[in-house]
Design a protein around this ligand. Structure first.
Ligand code: NI
Length: 145
């Protein structure tokens, strides 16, 4: 287990009230665990994670399957990176619109790069990558208080 360090944080009371309401709604037992999760989430979300760190991620894509060659391009990209793509879920939202969720696992750099290519493929209307870093998030989740 990593060594535990204590820090003091100054907050105005209104912000602290909002924070306490937030953590109660989310079901946290104490502020420390909530702080840790927020910090981890922020660090992972902003790619502070080293590019070689192992991560898992999901890319959500919304697109019109009638866009010329778009489904083929997205499938080609995924086949080109088949070692990073774990799984794909496809839902036909309506007559024209597709939702695709691509599950990725690999080094942070390659996951971000592939996600960027998928999201930036011409014709993709909306795309979003959510990354989780098993190394950062999973250990030390429940240190002794
Ligand atoms: Ni579809």
């Amino acid at each position: 287990m990593a060594q535990l360090s204590r820090i003091g944080v100054s907050l105005d009371s209104e912000l602290l009230d909002r924070f306490d309401t937030f953590i109660t709604e989310k079901g946290y037992d104490n502020r420390s665990e909530a702080f840790r999760d927020l910090i981890r989430d922020r660090l992972v979300g902003t790619a502070v994670v080293a590019s070689k760190a192992p991560v898992v991620g999901t890319v959500t894509l919304i697109y019109d399957h009638n866009t010329r060659l778009l489904p083929e391009k997205l499938a080609d990209l995924q086949h080109d990176h088949h070692k990073v793509v774990i799984s794909t879920l496809h839902a036909h939202l309506d007559h024209d619109t597709c939702l695709e969720v691509v599950v990725l696992r690999g080094r942070s750099g390659e996951v971000q790069q592939l996600a960027g290519k998928l999201i930036s493929t011409k014709g993709v209307r909306h795309g979003r990558l959510v990354v989780s870093s098993p190394d950062t998030v999973l250990p030390h989740r429940h240190p002794r208080h």
